[in-house]
Structures are given as structure tokens and as C-alpha cells.
Design a protein. Structure first.
Length: 342
């Protein structure tokens, strides 16, 4: 961990939580009026974002560090990243050495109860907060997008998952099976498929494609054969890092890159349609959808094509246009729990 970049401190100028006042400036943080502190953490595969707030919801500090996604047997590694980030964020908020009343962590890879419990136990052992709750990254994103209302959140970044709740309070998910046999439509999935296309084109099994040069450049190798050891050593973050090159070639009208992006979009549409059917009994039912993740930023190629395709494939879905902030969702859940502990 010694080679990891230093956490990035950000000024607390985000929108406040619902019903809360705007956060104080750094110079005003750490006052006696802050009361019990709450902390929300979005622990993704690429980065971890920490928000510290006062009891009334005023944001006091924000910190961004390296990814802390969890996996079977890796709870301590994730906790070893989250713990110092939270403590540094508390210091930035003017509360060095303080123990938050509630810490809510939304972690990629915590979809199974065993992984969520292991990470929660690891954080509790470190004495990081009075109360620690671990949720999935999809849960905290859903909380920010819809609060306690019904809706579906589609996340497509390094991995992919759809998660939602209906009007009766029933929760369900679609996808999120991980990089080995799931995460369809995600950045890592696109990267892996792009490698296959390049190999097939090199063999003559497919026509030549501009993806070959783009992928070689992204992987920083000179020959297609050199992609073999590169791919063996690559983790899903490295594979996902190939996705921007695929999108760039698609925007340059490369036929194979365009076909791959369209296939990824269809996979993501299937996530929404299948989950809509499960939650609302019919994909033609009217429901709200929010989009988030590195592939689905405002104006991205994948998002534009996805929104267009949803209109025909899932006509009852209305895409929420506002940004989704999973860390803010974690903070909302922490604040909700803190209110029950008073």
C-alpha cells in the first residue's frame, strides 16, 4: 500500500442531504455544534470516497483514496484501506481522534452476506465507529437515487449490476455475478471481449479492425502476441481500462467497436428489463431508473445509446436525469440509523 497515491481532500461543496443545511467550510469544521458524527463510504474497485457529516447532515469533509472493494478472504485488506481514510477524513473535518456514531460502508463485492459480515467484523475490530453497517455499493446508490421510493439503479463501471425496490418494499437484484462469469456490459466485460476481437482479427477469423491498434496502445504492448502475458496478469480494473479505447474507436465509426458497444448496451437493457419484470410484474409497467458508474456518466457513448434503447425495449422506464452519488447515499443511511440510536 505504500505506493498508493495520497488521498485527495476535497472541499465540502456538494449538495446537502435532504432536509439538511449546506456543509460548513473547512475553516468552520469541528465546532461544538456538530454533535455525533456520521460517516458514509463508497468503497469501489477503483476508488474509495469518504464523507463526514454532522448529526444534522451538514457535510464537514470529503476524502478520496484508492479502491477498497472486497472479495472472499479480502475483508482485512479492504478494512486496511477504509480505516485510515475515515480517520484522515475526520481530521480534515476538525475532529481528529473522534469516534463517529455511525459508519455506513457501501462496498463493491459485498453482495453476499458472508463478505458483508466479514468486512463489518474487520471494521468493528478496528474500533472505527460506535456502529458499523456494511451494505452493497448498489444499496447506497439506490438510497441516493430514490431515498425510500421505488425504482431501479443500474450500475455499470468496472462491473455491472441492477438493483431495485418496488412500492411494497421488496428488494431484488439482477446481475452482479462478478468478473469470472458475470458483469455483462461492464467495462471489464467490454475489455475482455475486445481482446478476443483483436485476437480473432489477427488470426483472420474476423475482418481487420481499428481496435487492434487501440488495444495495443492501451495495453502498452507492441505486438498482438504480447497481449497473452498482459491478459494473464491483468485484473478486472486493467481490463476495464481498455473500455475507453473501445468507445473511442466506436465514435470513429469502427464497425467492430460499434458492434461491441451495442452488445454491451443490450446486456445492460436486459438487466433493467428482467429486474423490472421481477419487481413490477411487467417490464411495461411504469417505473423510474437511475444510471451510475464509470460507463454511464452524463454524455457518455454507452449512456446515450442505453437511454435510446430503453425507450423501445423498456417503454415504461423513465430515466432519472440527476447525478447519483453513492457516498451521499451511504451518508443518508448512516444518518437514518443514527436517528434511531438517540
Amino acid at each position: 500500500m505504500s505506493d498508493a497515491p495520497a488521498p485527495e481532500r476535497l472541499t465540502p461543496d456538494d449538495e446537502p442531504l435532504a432536509g439538511a443545511e449546506r456543509g460548513s467550510s473547512p475553516g468552520d469544521a469541528g465546532t461544538d455544534t456538530d454533535g455525533p458524527l456520521i460517516v458514509g463510504v463508497d468503497a469501489g474497485g477503483t476508488k474509495t470516497r469518504v464523507l463526514v457529516a454532522a448529526a444534522d447532515g451538514r457535510q464537514l469533509a470529503e476524502l478520496v483514496g484508492v479502491g477498497a472493494a472486497t472479495a472472499p478472504g479480502e475483508a482485512d485488506e479492504s478494512a486496511d484501506i477504509i480505516d485510515p481514510l475515515v480517520r484522515e477524513a475526520l481530521t480534515a473535518a476538525g475532529h481528529e481522534g473522534a469516534t463517529p456514531r455511525v459508519l455506513c460502508v457501501g462496498a463493491a463485492g459485498a453482495g453476499r452476506e458472508a463478505e458483508a459480515n466479514a468486512l463489518q467484523d474487520a471494521l468493528v475490530r478496528r474500533g472505527i465507529a460506535d456502529e458499523v453497517v456494511v451494505e452493497t455499493d448498489a444499496t447506497i446508490a439506490l438510497a441516493d437515487a430514490f431515498g425510500e421510493d421505488a425504482g431501479i439503479i443500474l450500475i455499470a463501471g468496472t462491473g455491472s449490476i441492477a438493483f431495485g425496490r418496488n412500492g411494497a418494499g421488496f428488494y431484488a437484484r439482477c446481475g452482479g455475478w462478478g468478473p469470472t462469469f458475470g458483469d455483462e456490459g461492464s467495462g471489464a466485460w467490454i475489455g475482455r471481449r475486445a481482446l478476443g476481437i483483436v485476437a480473432a482479427a489477427h488470426d483472420g477469423r474476423e475482418p481487420e479492425t481499428g481496435l487492434t491498434g487501440a488495444i495495443l496502445t492501451a495495453a502498452q504492448v507492441n505486438e498482438v502476441e504480447q497481449l497473452i502475458p498482459w491478459a494473464i496478469a491483468a485484473d478486472r480494473d486493467a481490463l476495464a481500462a481498455l473500455a475507453p479505447s473501445v468507445m473511442a474507436m466506436a465514435m470513429q465509426d469502427d464497425a467492430r467497436a460499434n458492434a461491441l458497444i451495442d452488445t454491451a448496451v443490450e446486456e445492460l437493457v436486459l438487466h433493467v428489463r428482467a429486474l423490472g419484470r421481477r419487481l413490477f410484474m411487467d417490464e411495461r409497467a411504469v417505473f423510474n431508473v437511475a444510471l451510475t458508474g464509470g460507463l454511464l456518466g452524463r454524455g457518455s457513448l454507452v449512456r446515450k445509446r442505453l437511454e435510446r434503447r430503453l425507450k423501445t425495449a423498456v417503454p415504461g422506464a423513465t430515466v432519472r436525469t440527476g447525478p447519483v452519488d453513492p457516498a451521499r447515499g451511504a451518508l443518508q443511511l448512516a444518518r437514518r440509523l443514527a436517528a434511531t440510536l438517540r
